[in-house]
Design a protein around this ligand. Structure first.
Ligand SMILES: [Fe+2]
Ligand SMILES: [Fe+2]
Length: 187
């Protein structure tokens, strides 16, 4: 099943994006194994997380209509995760709530995100192909402290959006507030 999925992902994405997804999958499996999180779910979520990342808004609107997914005013770069989550069962016959959640929230995060979603959120930033300066410190802690890596990933997302004058999702802010508070209360 995984081989079939990889083939479909490869056929849909540019070589550059496919290499990113491959890096995320490797990183997600490694992090999941280290932190005692389901590796299969982490791998599946990673392979599918950017499946619709290169679609136009028109294409996304059409894909959304088929599953009665409401797009509303959401900016295009934020649609690919929630839409893939909404189509997971139709497109791939996958009906797993943890995989679905991980894909749905991978771009903005969520304070209620579970372990598989946390692994994907971090792996998406730190996979080996990423050259952002913000990825380096997260790489250094992700294998020993996943919670701290999640908080740092949310901060890196916010910093990027601030410097690009882009809107910041309230979920990302709520996530970093919650996790840093938890970390600071226990250390
Ligand atoms: Fe993405
Ligand atoms: Fe990604």
């Amino acid at each position: 099943m995984m081989e079939e999925i990889k083939k479909r992902v490869k056929a849909r994405l540019s070589p550059h994006r496919f290499a990113h997804v491959e890096g995320v999958a490797k990183t997600a499996v490694k992090l999941a194994a280290i932190h005692g999180i389901d590796e299969k779910r982490a791998e599946l979520a990673a392979w599918l997380h950017d499946y619709y990342r290169e679609d136009s808004r028109e294409s996304l609107v059409h894909l959304a209509e088929e599953v009665a997914f409401v797009i509303g005013e959401q900016p295009t770069p934020l649609l690919h995760g929630p839409l893939m989550a909404a189509r997971l069962s139709l497109d791939f016959g996958i009906d797993d709530s943890e995989v679905r959640e991980a894909i749905a929230v991978h771009t903005i995060g969520d304070p209620a995100m579970g372990p598989v979603a946390q692994v994907l959120f971090v792996a998406d930033l730190i996979e080996p192909g990423r050259t952002f300066a913000s990825a380096r410190p997260v790489r250094a802690v992700a294998e020993r402290d996943l919670a701290r890596a999640v908080a740092m990933t949310a901060d890196a997302t916010i910093e990027h959006l601030l410097s690009a004058h882009l809107p910041i999702a309230k979920e990302t802010v709520a996530l970093r507030n919650l996790i840093w508070k938890r970390i600071d209360e226990t250390t």
